[in-house]
Design a binder for this molecule. Sequence first.
Ligand code: 1GP
Length: 246
Amino acid sequence: VENQIKDILKSRKVHLTLIDPDEQTPEGAVEIAKAAIRGGTDGIMLGGSTVDGVDVDNTAKALSENIDLPIIIFPGNTSNVSKYADAIFFMSFLNSNNPYWIIEAQALGAPQVKKSGIEAIPMGYMVISPGGTVGWIGDAKLVPRNKPKIPAAYAMAAEALGMRFFYLEAGSGAEEYVSPEMVAYSKKATDDMVIIVGGGIRDGESAYIVAKAGADIVVTGTIVEETLDVEAKINEIVSGIRKADE
Ligand code: 1GP
């Protein structure tokens, strides 16, 4: 999956659709995923801050039987592992105050990941103010929105530690997405890091702004839960990202 993403990135930026298995049935998730694919998304991320493992597993199974694009787990905790997914963002919550989210959950989850046979993609995860549910659950030392040098330093550290993906997260449903300055600092501070930006991106213009600033991957989640026309909404976001490719 990592190679597949990096191949696409040679010619254009990537969009991933986040589906929260808590929010609908597995069949409902398949319908959303199919519409998002028609809208131009490149893969499905599966996860949420408060999701249980059974929901993740059932939804991953239904998706794997019905779609061809990569299914990547975006784990909220150690139970969120499923052999039906293609990969997992094996992530460390770099600005958590709690060692559980930095390395302990990873140690507890690693044997299951190994056993499941899915690909682990090493990722540094950084939560920016306002941070939302994940900031609260993850005991985050939230980065102020106007301090772009802080996550850039973490991105450099993550790259030196061997992580290949770096996620700037404003929190699901955030009122404000991560600022373009912050995205640009993290992108410029690193050499080969794949920069992912998510949280609060709701329209083509915001997707364009973060992609133009340096996001390699733009993630949207909440909008697919809110819109009545998933295909059209994803198409709007993807068109914004494509504009940044020009
Ligand atoms: C949340 O970054 C993702 O972890 C997506 O955020 O739900 O606001 O699109 P939204």
